[in-house]
Ligand binder design. Structure first.
Ligand SMILES: *Cc1c(COP(=O)(O)O)cnc(C)c1O
Length: 295
């Protein structure tokens, strides 16, 4: 809803939004930009969801009457379907600068921003308002561990307009206090500990790579997300995930040959060791299994 409120606040019908092809906005919000704001998206192909100022510049429409109006650029820190990789600060600054230079607004889907903060040591303020972003939000669920909730930030005027969109979308809550309490608890107690999730994700990645080097490159695991590529096994991710699930390990299947594991505050070191063992057993069990499944 924070992304949708930001889009509705920044854009009008017919505007265009530049963002990564694998972004949450494009893939997992029911085409809300189109359905709610009437805005189109212009995707940038980038496996890790990170792009440059010149990537943005190349997609900005010329000021001709027949063209859509490019209005907004959105970055995802960290990119969920890009493997949780961290946007470097200079890239964030460059994209925001390019946006402003071309009279666009810069938005950050910072659902996992605090993972990037803890992993990089660069503060949320430096990565958002100081880097030039006009709006940004972070999620209290995900790694922070609250059951629900998120917070959207921006200028006073932006937030004033955002409030009205939140009500229009049915997001006004008289009950928000009890939810906010969990969010405040998460901010007080669960930020520094994100480093443990990152360490555990690394351990999981190394363990999986030692089972089969083609599964992933542990060096690419920068936060709490581990993306597993089953192409080298010649087996679809759903087959492996099914074999793991039977043994008590749940993986998300996010592509035909791509599975995803996420470390979070309910996952211990023992769980990671167990996950590696189970994955190894699943690999053996699928040796003679069908290579693919019907979805
Ligand atoms: C999870 C996620 C969202 C959506 O957040 P919810 O709390 O599930 O509504 C949006 N963007 C990114 C990058 C996410 O990872």
């Amino acid at each position: 809803m924070c992304n949708q409120i930001a889009i509705l606040t920044h854009c009008t019908a017919g505007d265009e939004i530049i963002c990564a092809a694998n972004s949450h906005i494009i893939n997992t919000e029911g085409a809300g930009a189109a359905a709610l704001a009437g805005a189109a998206v212009r995707p940038i192909a980038s496996p890790d969801g990170i792009f440059s100022g010149s990537d943005v510049e190349a997609l900005i429409r010329p000021p001709v009457r027949s063209a859509p109006r490019t209005r907004m650029v959105s970055v995802e820190q960290t990119c969920n379907f890009g493997g949780g990789r961290i946007w470097p600060l200079n890239k964030l600054e460059e994209v925001a600068r390019t946006a402003h230079h071309n009279r666009l607004v810069a938005h950050m889907d910072g659902a996992r921003l605090l993972n990037a903060v803890v992993a990089s040591g660069i503060s949320a303020r430096q990565q958002t308002s100081q880097a030039g972003f006009d709006s940004a939000w972070l999620d209290f669920s995900k790694g922070l561990g609250a059951p629900v909730g998120a917070v959207l930030c921006g200028s006073r005027d932006f937030i004033e307009a955002a409030w009205r969109w939140k009500y229009r979308l049915g997001g006004g809550m008289r009950q928000a206090g009890i939810i906010a309490a969990a969010g405040l608890y998460a901010l007080d107690h669960h930020v520094e500990r994100l480093a443990e999730d990152h360490r555990r994700a690394k351990a999981l990645a190394s363990g999986l790579a030692s089972l089969h080097a083609g599964l992933l490159d542990p060096a690419r695991v920068e936060t709490n997300i581990v993306t597993i590529d089953t192409t080298a096994l010649g087996i679809e991710a759903a087959v492996i995930a099914g074999a793991c699930a039977q043994r008590g390990l749940r993986l998300s299947v996010i592509g035909p040959y791509t599975a995803r594991a996420v470390a979070h505050l309910d996952i211990s070191d023992e769980d990671i060791a167990k996950a590696i063992t189970i994955f190894g057993e699943a690999l053996h069990a699928t040796d003679n299994a069908p290579r693919s499944v019907r979805y």
